[in-house]
Design a protein around this ligand. Sequence first.
Ligand code: NAD
Length: 389
Amino acid sequence: MMGRGSEIVGILGAGTMGSGIAHVAAAAGHQVLMYDERPEARASARDRVATDLSKLVERGKLTGRDKTEIADRIRPVDGLRALSPAVIVIEAIVEDYVPKQKLFAELGAFLPPESLLATNTSSLSVTALAASSGRPASFVGMHFFNPAPVMELVEVVRALQTSDETAARADDLLRRWKKEPIPVKDSPGFLVNRIARPFYGEALRIVEEHKATPGEVDAAMKQCGRFKMGPFELMDLIGNDVNYAVTENIFRETYFDRRYVPSALQKKYVEAGFLGKKSGRGFYDYARPMPHTEIEPARGSDIFLRVLVMLINEAVEALRAGLASKEDIERAMIKATNYPLGLLHWADEIGLGEVHSRLSALFEAYGDDRYRPSPLLKQMARDGKAFFA
Ligand SMILES: NC(=O)c1ccc[n+]([C@@H]2O[C@H](COP(=O)([O-])OP(=O)(O)OC[C@H]3O[C@@H](n4cnc5c(N)ncnc54)[C@H](O)[C@@H]3O)[C@@H](O)[C@H]2O)c1
């Protein structure tokens, strides 16, 4: 069985995610071998994890001795071949098909057949990456969220070729790592990133239509929807470049479904270098104190409900497409995005008839396919049903 502490885990890419996953594996007792094409990244991987571990020591969550032991389990290697003893190799290099597929072809040629190959890609086709490895049955997507040591949710993405055994082994390993694996189908944006699109996209539309300012939309979502952060604050935190690229990718991969049309406004922010917190300016200016905005309740409620019904429609469509079970859809969105309530439970609370009629009104007002209500929602609303009785 996998997952015993003595077993070796290989990590490719010593950046943000690779280091985070190395931290998780080493904390679970594994020896971790890390490879990065940049020698300086390889050399600093252990220190990077040690710095993160020091914060846990400061907060009393770990002893200094644990810290040293965990960090010492991480060892840089200077070639791919050194990863051969690993029971699993998890890839977290740059988000691009070409280098990833090249790497998987190389690894597939020498890794023993019983070892697992995993990718942490957030937007590429796991099926296409699996194919490049030449051993696709033992290939799986393991989509960790950032920061990996903190976020419990991991989407276990099954490629078309992934075997049942591989999916079960990935699930088992993640549970030993104290993670919450959610099985999802390989589809654009997987589950969380796809369902979350309207949180950003619809908020951007509202601003593009001059219906509200970013500050007002954020206030509406927080005051009326109990969201911890507003969409514009969150886009600034994620980075407009990253957030825009994810949307654009899902739009392309869904053959230009209008639900995922990227925002021309957000593109301007990217072009201007207003990337968000990391560049000092995004929708907000981080050189100044954050402004406090209030919104009149009736206006706030309209904005919040417009965004919420779009999110609910995405969750219902994910269910209809069999991307995940309804329980997993709820769990995933709460765990990964910190939404105050699961979207399907929220739909039940508001009433499916109300959700459907709000979407239908938007569809009629704009004549845009983006607002088409999910056929499942329509049917359930007509039959007076709820997702959770
Ligand atoms: N950052 C996030 O929030 C996040 C969340 C989930 C998934 N992901 C995914 O994880 C992966 C890594 O993202 P990141 O944010 O850690 O990136 P990053 O830029 O921080 O790190 C990538 C590392 O990979 C190395 N690298 C690039 N090409 C390589 C190659 N051919 N061989 C070996 N090493 C190579 C780079 O030197 C760099 O150190 C991407 O696929 C990304 O989509 C990122």
